[in-house]
Design a protein around this ligand. Structure first.
Ligand code: HEM
Length: 150
């Protein structure tokens, strides 16, 4: 197995685990264990950002965007293109919102969170959670099609 496939597989596993990690962290908020909710969210975020940077480095060193996916026999199909483009779109939006939520929530913790910021925090939190689920499902589809596993 080449280093490229090992890195892709590791980042895929991370992407698949992220929604489960966030689900557990949300559970901690629901039982009002806010310090552990915060800690878990911060750890999951940092680990996922490192994974994305690793993947981005891999993509750039293999010749830029499209270089890995172009090996796929599905590359020219509309289904593959729609899956890949929607995957990138939702992943980028989710990671931007996630970064914002992490930074703002850390600043506001114990000042207006819980408090005035709670409603927006929860709304953004559930949106990001949904985004991470979509990102994970489409990442698996892109991975399977890129490596011609089916
Ligand atoms: C490190 C930064 C974070 C801090 C300090 C923090 C803190 C909190 C606090 C204090 C609450 C309770 C709010 C209340 O009920 O009044 C809460 C709830 C919640 N948080 Fe966070 N949070 C952080 C990051 C995140 C992230 C990144 C997400 C999602 C990706 C998230 C998702 C949620 C959700 C969904 C709830 C509502 C849970 C429920 O339904 O009761 N949080 N958070």
């Amino acid at each position: 197995m080449s280093a490229t496939i090992i890195i892709m597989t590791l980042v895929l596993l991370l992407t698949l685990c992220a929604p489960f990690g966030v689900k557990y962290a949300v559970h901690l908020a629901r039982i009002k264990d806010y310090p552990h909710h915060r800690k878990a969210q911060n750890i999951i975020f940092v680990v996922c950002i490192l994974g994305v940077l690793l993947l981005e480095g891999l993509i750039q060193s293999s010749g830029g965007s499209g270089s890995l996916a172009s090996q796929s026999k599905y590359y020219q199909t509309a289904f593959f293109k729609v899956t890949l483009i929607s995957h990138i779109f939702v992943a980028v939006i989710s990671y931007i919102l996630w970064t914002l939520l992490i930074v703002i929530s850390n600043v506001k913790f114990r000042k207006t969170l819980p408090g005035k910021f709670s409603a927006l925090h929860k709304k953004m939190g559930y949106m990001i959670f949904g985004g991470l689920i979509y990102t994970a499902i489409t990442a698996l589809m892109v991975y399977i099609m890129s490596l011609n596993l089916i």
